[in-house]
Design a binder for this molecule. Sequence first.
Ligand SMILES: Cc1ncc(COP(=O)(O)O)c(C=O)c1O
Length: 471
Amino acid sequence: MTSAEDILAELRSLRAADLPTHGGRTLAYVYDSGLAGVDELAASAHALASSANGLDPTAFPSLLRMENDLVAAAADLLGGSAETVGSVTSGGTESCLLSVLAARDARPEITSPNVVLPTTAHAAFHKAAHFFGVRPISVPVDPTTFRADPAAMAAAIDESTVLVVASAPSYAHGVVDPIPEIAAAAAARGVRMHVDACIGGWVLPYFVKLGADVPPFDFGVEGVTSLSVDLHKYAYCPKGVSVLLHASAELRRSQYFASADWPGYTMLNTTLQSTRSGGPLAAAWAVLKHIGEDGYLKLASDTRDAVREIRAGIETIDGLRILGDPDSTLLAMTSTGDFDLFTVADEMRERGWYTQPQFAHQSSPMNLHLTITAANRGNEKEFLADLTASAEAARAAGPVVVDPNVAAFVAALNPDELTGEQFAGLLAAAGMGGDTGLPTRMAEINALLAEAPAPLRERLLLEFLGALYTR
Ligand SMILES: Cc1ncc(COP(=O)(O)O)c(C=O)c1O
């Protein structure tokens, strides 16, 4: 048997190649409270409950208790009433999927259902539409504010619409959509309205308590029928926990699934999962209790200060500007100058920061995304100094030139007919063939991908994923 010590040493060495999850240097994917002891508490709580199975709440009443506690805490924070109910899911995508599923299944008489959503809604809704045979009707947002256009959304609702979606805030630009107008339009047509507050739901209410002018977005808004909030984001819980709230048990009913049509136990599921680990749930329950109201208020205050300082600093860097007027903790910065943004991301990476490239989409130019958390309080100056230096380095490096042969090769590709050989050829041409590992500088690859139309980019990146997940 290999010793536990050796195995953990191996795991530690594998983890050393990852982006850091603490310290505020990874500005996407991870959320760091910066508080000592939170990780240890979460890990202990996780270990205490990870073998318990949420599949049967009567067998594991501890999980039932903790889930009801989390749902109650989310409902209290987000303007819910005594009628508000919900479920704990594995993450934002599962919550969004279930909001669409519940809406579809509540209207079985509609033969070809659709969901009306702004173009800035999270891709999880396109996944839901794809999985559940619901047509996505994407409505363009205001080209400069990037907020959903309520009149256009209202006009897009028809008799087959089962759900209207808006974000609080959107991931790409961090702006809150005009939820009251959109919810009113949905309610007027008798259609459900989901607020995707996956990323904002645990921080915006605290911004409000701190006196910030946040547009209304929660159950206090007439017409909102469901809302998702991820505890593994700004509640700073370990990954694997989101809450999907419904305004009433009646609205939640069609989310549940039962099957007695087999010889085993009657399968009763509240979410997409059946066996559900109690680990993430217990970890979240413990973290919420530990950090508490005062703790979250302080974390939100620190985050807000960090966002302000970083945003103001970016505005002063020659050639960079913030897209829209973000309401929350997410910033998207674009280049107005004579340098390549994706090179800036590479330069930042070399200086120990991860910023996330976002490709151009309709009126949104290519940009770098920043998810700012409490752990960024205190390192704003260092971040801004490195960003200034990175912009200068990108300027000095000159434009990214995509090899014209590779560009021509990509332009000729048909996403529906892409073969494994073509993809292998492309990887080799991009210098990623064989066992060379992942490149750390991505500007050229991103520039190439930026030129590919979205369907081809999807296809190329899926092939890439397949190439990564080999044995
Ligand atoms: C607004 C929004 N919705 C949904 C999601 C999906 O969440 P997850 O990655 O937990 O599935 C995210 C993730 O960032 C998000 O920002």
